[in-house]
Write a protein that binds this ligand. Structure first.
Ligand code: ZN
Length: 246
């Protein structure tokens, strides 16, 4: 039996050894999401130290904007060399960055898509106020190992994502979020993952979410799909084995 937290900012959590120890006890695999140079390196280190930890590497959209073309290229090379489990967390963010950055963000996101395709690994996507642009870019690019992290776009887009057979990862704040509960209702369980996005998105809106809480997303899927928790766990493990090669 294994539970999977497909997206955690493990590298910035307080008391990492304890967090990992708790996850090990509960049979939780932790996928750390790299967002910049520092966190990519830290996650590689954690993944080599703990077999329960997998490293997903990338550059967060707003962090990417701070890099020159040369720096961006160098980090892309670094990521390629270090063979991540997935590319994460990348995409387009027009909430924290102005519309004028859209073209640059698109260009860099495409570089990550090319890299994911080249390495044949999943890409875990962040999109804020740019969900439509992201879906269009993905359709044009035609790569299907796609996981939409914490997707808050409208239901027309949700339906497109389902038609395209991409995956959703359901964050732990689903406990009190009708939006994510509706996604569970609509998407087939063969295309769902669970995540904590820890330290963010605590199920009860407290501080410092941890991978241990990923069980809350599993429970909500079991409740909404009306199937036993054990079945949710085994199906998501199947999803993981069919999509990932690490
Ligand atoms: Zn995140």
């Amino acid at each position: 039996m294994v539970f999977i937290d497909i997206h955690s900012h493990l590298d910035i959590l307080p008391n990492i050894p304890k967090v990992i120890q708790d996850a090990v006890k509960a049979n939780i695999l932790i996928f750390g999401a790299g967002i910049d140079k520092k966190s990519n390196r830290k996650l590689i280190e954690l993944a080599s130290k703990y077999k329960q930890v997998k490293s997903c590497l990338g550059i967060y959209p707003t962090d990417s904007l701070k890099l020159s073309d040369k720096e961006f290229k160098e980090e892309l090379e670094f990521i390629k060399k270090n063979k991540p489990c997935a590319i994460s967390e990348v995409g387009i963010d027009l909430k924290e960055s102005p519309e004028t950055t859209l073209e640059k963000q698109k260009k860099r996101f495409l570089e990550f898509l090319k890299l994911a395709k080249e390495l044949n690994i999943p890409i875990i996507i962040h999109s804020r106020k740019a969900e439509k642009q992201i879906v269009e870019l993905l359709e044009e690019f035609n790569y299907d190992k796609v996981i939409m992290h914490c997707f808050s776009g409208n239901f027309k887009l949700v339906k497109k994502i389902i038609e395209n057979k991409w995956y959703f990862s359901i964050p732990t704040n689903v406990k009190h979020s009708e939006h994510f509960q509706k996604i569970i209702e609509l998407a087939p369980i063969t295309h769902l993952f669970c995540e904590t996005d820890s330290p963010f998105l605590h199920p009860d809106k407290k501080r410092n979410n941890v991978p241990l809480n990923v069980i809350e997303s599993y429970k909500k899927i079991a409740e909404i799909k009306k199937i036993p928790l054990k079945k949710v766990e085994s199906q998501i493990e199947k999803n993981y084995k069919s999509l990932f090669n690490c």
